[in-house]
Every structure is written in C-alpha cells, then in structure tokens.
Design a protein around this ligand. Structure first.
Ligand code: SF4
Ligand code: SF4
Ligand code: SF4
Length: 349
C-alpha cells in the first residue's frame, strides 16, 4: 500500500475529480493514468473507462514509466473498424484523457509532430513533476527486504518493512538524476493544469554525467562503454518503455536484412545500443523510462543524453517543446554550414 500526504495528495484528489468529470460528461471515452501495482513502490499504468473507476488513479513519486507510451495504442483501440482507405472525420472519433508531467507532455508533442497522435483527440491534464524516485536506488535502500507500506509526504518517504521495521528516506536523495536536472518539469502542452508549480532543479548540472565520460580519452571512453553495457541481456524492456519506439518492426527484429546480431555477446549488445540511441537523436526527452525498467541497471540514458547535448549545442534544439516546430531531423535550413555535403561540395562552401 502507498499513501500520500501533502502536495501529491492534493494532486491525486484533483486528478480523480477531473478524470471523473471528463468521463461522466462524455468528453473523453478513456483516461490514461497510474493505479496501484502489486508492489507498493511499483505503481502501474492503467486505463480508466468509467467515472466510477476514477478513484483508482494515484499520484506519487514512484511513477517512473512515461504515460505517452500508451497514448497511440489507446486512441487506436477506440477507433471503430473501417475499410482500407476509408476516410473518417477525426472530430467524430472518441477522445482520450491523459495526465502528463513535463517530459511526458514533450513526448506527446513529438507523437503529434510525427503523426502518431491527433492532438484534437487528446485531453491533457498537466501536473508539474516534483521528480520521480529511482527504482534502482530505492530497491537498494530496501536491502532485499519487503516494503509492506509506504507513506510519502512532501519531503520524506516512510517505509514499513516486514517484521514491523520502519525506515525514513529523504525524498530528494532518491530522485532520479534525469529528474533532478530536468529543464522542463511542467507540462509544455495541456488543456488544463492542476497542482503546484515545479520545484527546484539542478539545471546547471544537466550534462555533468556526460562530461565525466567526455573527459576520458578515446580508449577510456571505449572501456567505459564496454564495461557499462556488456551485461545487457537484450530483453528490450528499454525499447518497449520508450514512447519514441513505435516502429511496427524494430531494426532488432528484422532478419532481411539483419542489421544487428541477436546474441548477448558484447559486440552485438553495443551495436544495438548505438543504433537505438541514434534512432532517438533529436527526439529523446530524457524522461528516464528506459533506464528505470532495465533489469540489470544499464545506463543507456547516457547515450541519448549525449545526443541531447549535441543537438542543443549544434542546433539549439530541445525536443518536444512546441507543437508548431518541425522535428529536428525532419527540418532543413538553407543556412546550415554542412549543406554543401548535400551538393557534393566542401563543408562551409
Ligand atoms: S529502436 Fe529504432 S527501430 Fe526499434 S522501435 Fe525504436 S525507433 Fe524503431
Ligand atoms: S530514450 Fe529513454 S529517456 Fe529518451 S524518451 Fe525514450 S524512454 Fe525516455
Ligand atoms: S539495456 Fe536493459 S532493458 Fe535494455 S535490452 Fe538491455 S537489459 Fe534489457
């Protein structure tokens, strides 16, 4: 059981009320949020379809998956069957509600930019994130013991363990690094917002983890990469948790051609991670969902974060910030200094 007090309690109550009202009025046919899971510290995404079910929604610091990942599937599922090529007026299709923090809302913007989601069919309730807890650090803090009950207030997390033992953790200490350095904890797009404004963030330290790796020489960087990624078991939980990964056939599953070997040998695992990271270039919002679900603690988010840094430095680009902007890799500037590559000339000419 997970109980919340303070700001999260307030958000949870408002969220339940708004979801209930939207479902009762028929404005939406379903609402995507979080409900309790089988472990108190692992809430799970749920789809609520009736006003009575709205009380199942929860809001706390353990919501580590990115809800945008479920949006295209729920929208699709609500569409009535139609013949191939048959046109449907989108305004006649059922709408879906979703709760979104800063990064989740930025992933929804990307889904709209990439034509995976019709903005007019989505009602977004924005909540500024206070930073989500790292599952890996929390599990470590449990030290193999079972958490029977968690009570979260604005600054502390009280955990009741088996045999009645309790421990109190400082919330901020366990917040994930991507959340601590998040540039946009508040929703960038929403139909309504609830809850207080976002709290402090360590934005100056945004790329500290990357700079530590960059400071190594090329041999050192290679050794870091091999060591950090060699234990990947290719379960693809990271890919499945990512709202950017919606390809009907992922490159890892292709056999003709086979882009990458399917073994868990280090060269195959490293190739998978390099290719996956490049597929997220200019698109990754650093939501941290991929890293949160990895069963063996691979820091794959550092590869995508490096690409965030490059896109920011080279193109002043932050993914998913505006519905009006074209995606970075889907846009073109005649002032680009590398444009001559396209014309077969020399760089900068
Ligand atoms: S890793 Fe690449 S190919 Fe696979 S689902 Fe993600 S974006 Fe698509
Ligand atoms: S690659 Fe990871 S951090 Fe980036 S959007 Fe996907 S799940 Fe989030
Ligand atoms: S990095 Fe982790 S989650 Fe991703 S495929 Fe490897 S073991 Fe699975």
């Amino acid at each position: 059981m997970l109980e919340v007090t303070g700001q999260h309690r307030e958000c949870q109550e408002q969220l339940r009320k708004r979801a209930r009202d939207l479902l009762a009025s028929g404005e939406i046919a379903a609402f995507i949020g979080y409900g309790n899971g089988s472990l108190p510290w692992v809430p799970r995404p749920i789809v609520v379809r009736s006003p009575e079910e709205a009380d199942r929604l929860v809001w706390n610091s353990f919501l580590t998956l990115n809800l945008a990942n479920y949006l295209p599937g729920v929208l699709k599922e609500l569409e009535p069957p139609r013949r191939r090529g048959e046109q449907v007026d989108p305004s006649t299709l059922p709408r879906v509600g979703i709760v979104a923090t800063g990064c989740w809302s930025r992933n929804i913007v990307i889904q709209v930019q990439e034509n995976q989601v019709d903005r007019s069919r989505v009602h977004i309730i924005g909540i500024s994130s206070r930073g989500m807890i790292s599952r890996h650090s929390f599990k470590q803090a449990l030290g193999g013991k079972e958490a029977l009950k968690i009570v979260e207030n604005d600054h502390e997390i009280e955990v009741t363990l088996s045999h009645g033992e309790t421990m109190v953790l400082s919330r901020w200490e366990y917040v994930r690094p991507n959340c601590k350095t998040c540039i946009h904890p508040g929703p960038v797009v929403s139909d309504e917002t609830i809850g207080p404004p976002p709290g402090r963030r360590l934005v100056d330290e945004r790329f500290r983890e990357i700079e530590e790796v960059e400071a190594k020489d090329s041999q050192g960087r290679w050794e870091w990469f091999e060591e950090a990624f060699k234990d990947c078991i290719r379960c693809y939980a990271c890919r499945n948790a990512c709202p950017l990964c919606y390809c009907p056939t992922c490159f890892v599953d292709d056999s003709r051609p086979q882009w990458v070997g399917k073994s868990i040998e280090t060269p195959d695992a490293l190739t998978f991670h390099i290719l996956r990271a490049y597929h997220c270039a200019g698109r990754c919002t650093d939501c941290g969902a991929c890293e949160s679900v990895c069963p063996v603690g691979i820091p794959m988010r550092l590869l995508t974060k490096k690409l965030i840094k490059e896109a920011q430095m080279l193109f002043d680009w932050e993914p998913g910030m505006s519905l009006e902007e074209a995606p970075l890799l889907g846009s073109f500037s005649p002032d680009d200094p590398d444009i001559a590559i396209l014309k077969g000339g020399e760089k900068g000419t």
